[in-house]
Design a protein around this ligand. Structure first.
Ligand code: FE2
Length: 329
C-alpha cells in the first residue's frame, strides 16, 4: 500500500537522506525541516489520507487504547514515517502527564509539531539508577521544553521522556529509525547458534549484547514519580490494560480523532470521502464520522485518557520535578 507515496518527492528526499547518512544521529539532525515541510503541505496531507483510507490493512485494524491514533506515511526496514494525533483533555489541567516516563528502546525519533498547540515535554538522562529490590529509581531531567518553542525535536534511543497532555488537539509528524543500520539476520542463520537450539533472543541475553543488537532488554521499565523518587513499572504490566482495551468504543474514538484532524485542518476531499463511504469493506464505525465530514457538521473533541495504569492513576509536572530533585534513592 506504499505506492501512492513511494515516488513522492518528500519520500524520495527522506530515502536519499537515509542512504546518505548511515550515522542515524546525523540523519535525524538533517531531516527535521523536511518533516515540518511535509506536515505543512495540505496537498501532501491529502495524499496521506488517501494512502490510509484506501488501505484495507489500515481500515480493518483493531484499534486499542495502546495505539495513539495515527496515519501511516511510509515504512521500510530502515525508516518509519507517521502522523500521530493527540486529543485534548476533557478538562484541561496544565502539566498533566499523558503516560509514564518511557523510552523507545533502540529507536531514534524526530518529531515535528504540525497542528494544534503542541505539547510540553521532558527528556531524562539515559542512566537510570534503580534499587532492584524496591524498584525505586532516580531520574535526572536533562531537557524541558514546549513544542511551541521547539517545533522539531529528537529523542535518542534509550532516552527516557514524557509528554504532558496538550492544551488543544494536536498532531505531530515523525520519523522513526533504529539507531544503527543493523542486520541480525546473519546471526539468526548462524549455524553455531542454530546447532545450540537456543532462541536467538536468549542467546543475546546470555552474551549480554542485547543492547548492541538493538533488542530490548528482558525487563523494560517505565517510570512514574512517587514522592521524592521515581518508581519503575514493567512495561508489559503498565500496558496490559490498554492493550486489552479494544472494541467499538475504542474504534469510534480512534476514527473520530483522525477525522477531527481532517476537518480542522481543512483537508477534506468530499469526492474521495464519498468514494470511501461506498466501499463495502468500510467498517461501520467509520460512517458516522465520514458523513459528518461530508456534511460539514462539526466533529466534537475526542478526549485523551484521564487515568493511567499506575497506583495513583495520574501525576503531574510538579510531581516529576519533586521526584527528580531528590539527591539519592
Ligand atoms: Fe515516547
Amino acid at each position: 500500500m506504499q505506492h501512492i507515496l513511494e515516488n513522492h518527492p518528500y519520500i524520495q528526499q527522506i530515502i536519499a537522506l537515509e542512504k546518505q547518512y548511515e550515522d542515524r544521529t546525523e540523519l535525524h539532525k538533517k531531516v527535521g525541516g523536511l518533516l515540518q515541510k511535509m506536515g505543512a503541505d495540505d496537498a501532501f496531507i491529502k495524499l496521506v489520507i488517501k494512502r490510509n483510507f484506501e488501505d484495507d490493512g489500515f481500515l480493518k485494524q483493531e484499534w486499542s487504547e495502546y495505539n495513539i491514533p495515527y496515519f501511516f506515511i511510509y515504512e521500510t526496514a530502515d525508516i518509519n514515517v507517521k502522523i500521530h494525533f493527540f486529543p485534548a483533555m476533557e478538562h484541561y489541567v496544565k502539566g498533566t502527564a499523558a503516560h509514564c516516563i518511557h523510552h523507545h528502546n533502540n529507536y531514534i525519533l524526530t518529531t515535528a509539531a504540525i497542528f494544534g498547540s503542541g505539547y510540553e515535554t521532558m527528556l531524562f538522562d539515559k542512566h537510570v539508577e534503580m534499587n532492584s529490590a524496591t524498584l525505586e529509581c532516580k531520574l535526572k531531567i536533562t531537557k524541558h521544553f514546549t513544542q511551541e518553542a521547539y517545533p522539531v525535536h529528537t529523542i535518542d534511543a534509550w532516552e527516557p521522556h514524557i509528554v504532558y497532555n496538550p492544551e488543544i488537539y494536536s498532531a505531530t509528524l515523525q520519523l522513526w529509525t533504529p539507531d544503527q543500520k543493523r542486520n541480525t539476520d546473519g546471526l539468526r542463520t548462524n549455524p553455531l547458534l542454530k546447532a545450540l537450539k537456543v532462541p536467538l533472543r536468549k542467546m543475546l541475553y546470555l552474551f549480554g549484547i542485547e543492547k548492541k543488537f538493538g533488542i530490548a532488554p528482558k525487563h523494560t521499565y517505565q517510570w512514574y514519580p512517587e514522592g521524592d523518587h521515581f518508581k519503575a513499572i514493567e512495561e508489559n504490566e503498565y500496558f496490559e490494560p490498554t492493550r486489552k482495551s479494544i472494541g467499538e468504543k475504542v474504534n469510534n474514538f480512534s476514527i473520530q480523532t483522525v477525522c477531527i484532524f481532517m476537518q480542522r485542518r481543512g483537508v477534506v476531499d468530499k469526492a474521495f470521502i464519498e468514494s470511501i463511504l461506498s466501499k463495502k469493506t468500510l467498517p461501520a464505525y467509520y460512517h458516522k464520522w465520514l458523513n459528518m465530514l461530508l456534511n460539514d457538521e462539526t466533529i466534537p473533541d475526542s478526549f485523551c485518557k484521564s487515568e493511567i495504569n499506575i497506583p495513583q492513576r495520574k501525576y503531574n509536572m510538579q510531581d516529576v520535578i519533586n521526584a527528580a530533585s531528590a539527591q539519592s534513592i
